[in-house]
Every structure is written in C-alpha cells, then in structure tokens.
Ligand binder design. Structure first.
Ligand code: UDX
Length: 460
C-alpha cells in the first residue's frame, strides 16, 4: 500500500516517519521546499523527542519519500492523509484554505477509489464541504472521504502515535473505514516489535511508558463513527481539556489566598475516577498550535449556529488572565517591576517541544517588557523559534548559566525537567531578591525555602 501524507508539520511528519518505519511506502508531501529539503537530509524542521531517528531510518530504507510534487505522490497512492494546517482567522473561526486547496490539488491526480483521510482538525461539517468542492471540480471522480482526527501531543508525538487512548475513524464507506483502522492497528503492533534501544533519545524519555507496551496496546479503543461525529469528537476533546486547565487555574487563585496547595487539591479531586488527575495542573495557562485555535473555532461554530456556550468564553478569559495574575504576584513580592532584572526559564509553550506558537511564556516575557522590566530568557530547545514572537527587547541567552547571573528574580515559565536539576543553592547568590516564581509548579517548595528562597508558585 502506498500512502501520501499531505503537510509535513508536527502531525504529518510524525505520522509519515512512523508509517514508513512500519513498512509502508510513504510520500511526505509539502509545498514548502525548505521543509522537504530538511526531511531529505533526515531531519524534521522542528524539535520533537525521538522523531529524527524515525525520519532517518525511514529515509535510509527508501520507504519515506519527501516531495513537493502532488503528481508524483498522489497519482501513486491508495490512501492520502491530509495533515495540513488549519490556522484561525482574525475572527476566531477556522481558516480552511489549506484543507480545501490541498484536497482540490490532490483530486487532480487521484486514482479512482482513493481513500482521502482528513487528519487536520476541522470544524464539523467540513468533510461534506470538501467532497462537494472535489465533486464540482471532478464530476467523474470517486473518492472515499474519511475523518480520522489526530490526538497526539507535541513533546510525546512519537509515543502517542504508537499508543493512543483511541483511534476515531468516521465516514460512510465501510471498507475505507476498515482500511484506515487497520493502518493504525499495524502502527501499534509494530511498536511491540521495535528494539527501542536503537532509538536512544526516544527510549531515554519514554522508558517507563514503553514498558509492557504489548499489554497496553490491547486497551486502545478503535471507534468507527459517522463523518460528522468524528469531526466533532476532536474539537470537543481539545475544548474540554482546555476547560479543565482553566478550571484548575481559577481554583489555584483561591488556593493561593488561603495557603492551600493547588497540587494537593487536584491530587484529591483528580483521584475521583470520574474526574481524573490529568490536565488539572495549574500554571501559566494553555497555549500552542492547537488549544487556542480549536477553542476559538468551536466558539465561533456555536455563534454561527446561535447556540449559547458561555463556558468556553469563560475558559478563554480565565486563560488570558494568567499572565496578569502572575505579574500581580510578582508586584506583590518585588514592588514595581520597572528596571527589575527578570530572568525567564523556558519559552516553548510546553516542555518537550521547540514550538512557541501562542506560548504563555513568551506572552509573559512581552508583558513584563511593557511593565518596564529588564527581561532575559533561555529555553533549552526553543530559543530560535521564539524569535518570531518575542519582543525584541527580551535578551535571549544561549545557556541557563548565562541567564542566571546578576538578576533580581527568576520565573520558571515552561516545565522543562532539567530546571529541577539546577544547582539552586549555588544560584541563590546571583538573585538579589532571593525570590523565585515557579509558574509551572515544578520545583520543590520546601527544599527551596530551606535553602533561603522566597518561593511563589501558582496556587501554592
Ligand atoms: C493538544 C491535545 O492534547 C492533543 O490531543 C491534540 O492532538 C493537540 O492539542 P498539545 O497542543 O501538543 O496537544 O499540548 P498539550 O499537552 O495538550 O498541552 C496544551 C497546553 O496546556 C500547554 O500549553 C500546556 O502547558 C497546558 N497544560 C496542559 C496545562 O497548563 N496544564 C495541564 O494540566 C495540561
């Protein structure tokens, strides 16, 4: 079976690399020649834990073929996965230009009976619109359209591709649904046969999670649904997770007032199996390439259909409040921030990725500049991607050592595990106010207090 993956972003590159390692012949198709050049050189154009080893093996085996040509790839393919970007429009609605354009371009070269699978996150109803457009442009072409939303997270994209909670496949054509489900089953079966010691970077980070993977994959749920249900499942899941985080953040503010510890509170709350502990970690709020745009897309879909949905509006405004909330905590401790030398650890929107799209850390850095603070920052992986979004007044440093010198205070803004390992005892002398703001609640409060720090977390 030959497969084309349209779009070599986080989802497309990961899926293409892994499918090619499973033995499929896979074209990774992207209109950006730089991205394709990078793949030909055996590297993704972004950082994702462990991914490059799979890209390298895919290219070296000849199974992974990066290309900018629709003709060369689509004409030879039995199945196409569309993994193109769906950014938001200025009004919050989803911009489907790439979804429609790539489907129309692919249809020009499609074989009769091609299975066209939408992995991009799209509003419910998009599949029907794609099919209408394709039919209008190619009245005699028969393709089977399937929705197969992707749930992988950046930072654990490879692992999530092997072991997901569920695979959702929606559409009308039963055989095509089965084909797409079978591709996913093959990926997870392949995961049980891998010698992970050959994939060192991946194995180091995910050593615990890949234990007994053969047993764990038995729990994957394979759901076959209608086209529209599949489309709605994806955005609803992301919106609900964003809602959980915003809820935890608002409770954190209350916990802080009463000297409760939001982590302890959420450990207790999340132990209720009906609620669950995940996505109840308070911090600077949610960012990245998915939650913000998926939530605004869902809100605008509710609006377009005249259905009231104040819950998601509240989740968004809670999220927007977090930078100002932290700055308030900082002003309480440090007084005016004007000319205060503040170091920010972490610029990526979360750990495990170099992605800085809508990063709460960068938003914080930019807001601190507006307050007149002298801001410097360092991220282990995201320094260069941060440049696109960060205020030019923020001094981005090459190392933590450079950053944590002669400053007034420090903020942990992304939850990179290595920040926990720093020699905080020795660093105390470099921080004039001895105050540390742990905006991701990852450090040990008691330990830092013992060393002599004033510790301020979010809700603890
Ligand atoms: C998300 C979904 O989880 C994934 O299923 C979907 O395919 C794409 O969107 P991702 O954007 O990679 O994945 O990040 P995720 O791990 O979900 O985190 C999103 C944001 O929420 C990050 O900014 C993260 O720091 C924040 N977060 C997450 C919290 O603040 N608290 C939490 O408890 C969990």
């Amino acid at each position: 079976m030959t497969i084309t993956i349209i779009g070599s972003g986080y989802v497309g590159t990961t899926f293409a690399a892994i499918l090619s390692n499973c033995g499929y012949k896979v074209y990774a198709l992207d209109i950006n020649p730089k991205i394709i050049e990078s793949l030909k050189n055996k590297k993704a154009h972004f950082f994702e834990v462990g991914l490059n080893d799979f890209v390298k093996k895919g290219i070296e085996s000849g199974n992974l073929i990066p290309t900018t040509s629709y003709k060369d790839s689509i004409a030879n393919s039995d199945v196409v996965f569309s993994c193109v970007g769906t950014p938001d429009n200025p009004d919050g609605s989803s911009n489907l230009t790439y979804v429609f354009d790539s489907a129309l371009e692919a249809a020009k070269y499609a074989k009769e009976g091609l299975i066209y699978v939408q992995k991009s996150t799209v509003p419910v109803g998009t599949g029907k619109r794609v099919l209408e457009k394709v039919k209008k442009a190619n009245p005699n072409l028969l393709i089977h359209y399937i929705s197969n939303p992707e749930f992988l997270r950046e930072g654990s994209a490879v692992f999530d591709t092997f072991l997901t909670d569920r695979v959702v496949v929606g559409g009308e054509h039963k055989q095509s649904i089965k084909t797409v489900l079978d591709i996913h089953k093959k990926v997870s079966e392949y995961a049980t046969k891998i010698d992970f010691s050959l994939y060192e970077e991946f194995a180091n980070v995910f050593s615990d999670k890949i234990q007994n993977i053969d047993e764990k994959i038995k729990d994957i749920k394979y759901l076959s649904t209608s086209l529209e249900s599949a489309e709605l499942i994806k955005v609803t899941a992301n919106a609900f997770l964003a809602l959980k985080i915003s809820f935890a953040n608002s409770v954190a503010k209350l916990a802080q007032k009463f000297d409760a510890d939001v982590n302890e509170v959420m450990d207790g709350v999340g132990s209720d199996a009906r609620i669950g502990r995940s996505f109840l970690y308070a911090g600077l709020g949610w960012g990245g390439g998915c939650f913000p745009k998926d939530v605004s897309g869902l809100i605008s879909l509710f609006e377009q259909n005249n259905i009231q949905n104040p819950i998601m509006d509240a989740a968004v405004s809670e999220n927007h409040s977090m930078a100002a909330y932290l700055i308030g905590l900082m002003e309480n401790e440090l007084g005016s921030l004007k000319n205060k030398k503040i170091a920010i650890l972490g610029l990526a929107f979360k750990s495990g990725t170099s992605d800085c799209r809508r990063s709460p850390s960068i938003n914080l850095a930019n807001e601190l500049i507006k307050k007149g603070a002298v801001v410097s920052a360092f991220d282990p992986k995201a320094n260069s991607e941060a440049m696109e979004y960060i205020d030019s007044e923020v001094k981005v440093k090459d190392s933590a050592e450079d950053l944590l010198k002669n400053i007034d205070s420090v903020v942990i803004a992304t939850e990179w595990p290595e920040f926990k390992e720093y020699d905080w005892k020795n660093l105390l002398g470099e921080i004039s106010t001895k105050t540390i703001f742990d905006a991701r609640n990852i450090l040990d409060k008691q330990k830092l207090q013992k060393i002599g720090y004033k510790y301020v977390g979010i809700g603890k």
